[in-house]
Design a protein around this ligand. Structure first.
Ligand code: TRP
Length: 452
């Protein structure tokens, strides 16, 4: 016990349960909720997709998140160290390495988009975007911005620097403190935006599209997209939640924390829809635009609405905050590996990894400008890194984590950890069933659907 406590103290611990829940929610709520979710809903027929997404979150996402938290708290280690300590020298340790690698890859392009959000906050402040006459014009503006080498690199570096500034200060003093300020700010901003959007004339049409399920638009492909999105949005499959769980003291209740984080992430995604669809429909535009929905349709939407410039500043600040609290969680996974396994001090780990991740991200940043012609199989560098990490490493990692907990380490050992300090785990058998049978099979289907 004493050894464990000393080890834990030297790595850092969350100060309060609430702080941990905010930090984990901060990791989950990110570009996935605000940038990706609305355009995916827009492309996949609205309400019916939302229902399927919620189902995937509960049936697959929730059990895997609890599994990650449990491994993390049990071992108090980074993903590599955690699998190493539960099954020493086995092939399962590779799940941990895959996770750290995925964290490295995801942050390298996530920070590029994070940089775009910072740039848009500045552009909104300086009224650079207040005279678009059509979404087409806003789209051209976005296109020429992301092609501008120096501007993109500057904001990309700025985003990394902000993450570094936070992660350098450690778990309690850095990540927890930052999330305690940023997450409530995010919620307040979102409520403000929702009021603005819902009081626009014509808003109801958007709400109808968003909430009225039309099952004719649902096919097998839709389910796969929903499951992939649930994974990414909940930060699962690469040991991110595992790492955050490793800073938890023993007496915390893991099941209720999992439920809070999942509910929070889902509610935020749903509320973002309540902002974007009413606004898009009220301005007579289409929500089927795809990835450029947030960066090129919304600025045009804001121009046409009362207090549009303020709304624009506030919206992109929301996007930037969400990206930062997720970026730090990705960086922390890589940093924790070097601290625990390589015995580096935090400062060295943060500086070396972040500079390397930034350097690796540069070709992603330039993928829409000078490197836009550098394509392999019709995808640029950015697309490739995103594809390898999000479509291969994450689902594979999630599926193997579920199999590991369900069949190798065993649900019994996991439940023992969950029930420590007399914590009741009422739905233990349901969870055991989901993690052994449902989650691995569901992820397997998503994964192999890519090949057929
Ligand atoms: N969940 C975040 C989002 O929605 C992104 C993210 C952070 C992530 N950490 C992760 C995704 C780990 C997958 C794995 O934007």
């Amino acid at each position: 016990m004493a050894i464990r406590n000393n080890h834990q103290k030297s790595r850092g611990l969350w100060n309060t349960r609430f702080g941990f829940i905010l930090a984990a929610s901060g990791s989950a709520v990110g570009l996935g909720n605000i940038w990706k979710f609305p355009y995916i809903v827009g492309q996949n027929g609205g309400g019916a997709f939302v229902l399927i997404y919620i189902l995937c979150t509960i049936v697959v996402g929730l059990p895997i998140m609890l599994a990650e938290f449990t491994i993390g708290r049990k071992t108090s280690l980074n993903p590599v160290g955690a699998f190493q300590s539960l099954k020493p020298k086995s092939h399962w340790v590779k799940i941990g390495y895959m996770g750290v690698l995925a964290g490295f890859f995801i942050l390298s392009f996530y920070a590029v988009v994070g940089g775009w959000t910072l740039a848009y906050v500045v552009k909104a402040f300086t009224h650079t975007m207040s005279n678009f006459s059509s979404p087409k014009e806003a789209g051209q503006f976005f296109g020429s911005f992301i092609a501008n080498t120096w501007e993109v690199l500057f904001y990309h570096a700025l985003f990394m620097a902000i993450c570094v500034g936070i992660v350098l200060r450690g778990i309690h003093g850095g990540i927890e403190k930052a999330c305690k300020v940023l997450m409530p700010t995010l919620v307040i901003i979102l409520i403000f935006l929702m009021f603005r959007a819902l009081t626009l004339p014509g808003a109801m049409e958007g709400i109808e599209f968003y909430l009225k399920p039309d099952f004719s638009k649902i096919g097998p492909q839709t389910i796969l997209i929903a499951l992939g999105q649930a994974f990414f949005s909940l930060s699962l499959g690469m040991g991110c939640m595992l790492t955050y769980g490793s800073y938890l003291p023993e007496q915390e209740n893991l099941t209720s924390a999992t439920v809070y984080v999942v509910i929070f992430d889902t509610i935020i995604a749903l509320l973002v829809g309540m902002v974007i669809f009413p606004a898009v429909f009220a301005m007579g535009l289409e929500p089927t635009e795809g990835p450029s929905l947030v960066f090129s349709v919304l600025p045009a939407v804001f121009v046409g609405m009362p207090f549009g410039n303020l709304v624009s500043i506030v919206f992109f600040t929301l996007l930037a905050i969400a990206a930062i609290t997720s970026g730090i969680s990705l960086l922390e996974v890589v940093v924790a590996y070097f601290i625990d396994q390589r015995k580096w001090d935090r400062k060295k780990a943060v500086l070396v990894t972040s500079v390397t991740i930034f350097a690796f991200g540069v070709p992603s940043g330039l993928s829409f400008g000078v490197l836009s012609e550098a394509k392999l199989f019709d995808m640029n560098f950015f697309d490739h890194v995103d594809n390898i990490a999000s479509n291969y490493l994450l689902p594979l990692g999630g599926m193997l984590t579920a199999i590991f907990v369900g069949w190798v380490w065993g649900t019994k050992s996991a439940e023992e950890e969950i029930e420590k300090h007399e914590t009741k785990f009422h739905w233990g058998h349901v969870w055991g069933f989901l993690i052994r049978y449902i989650s691995p099979v569901a992820v397997f289907l998503v994964f192999f659907a890519k090949f057929v």
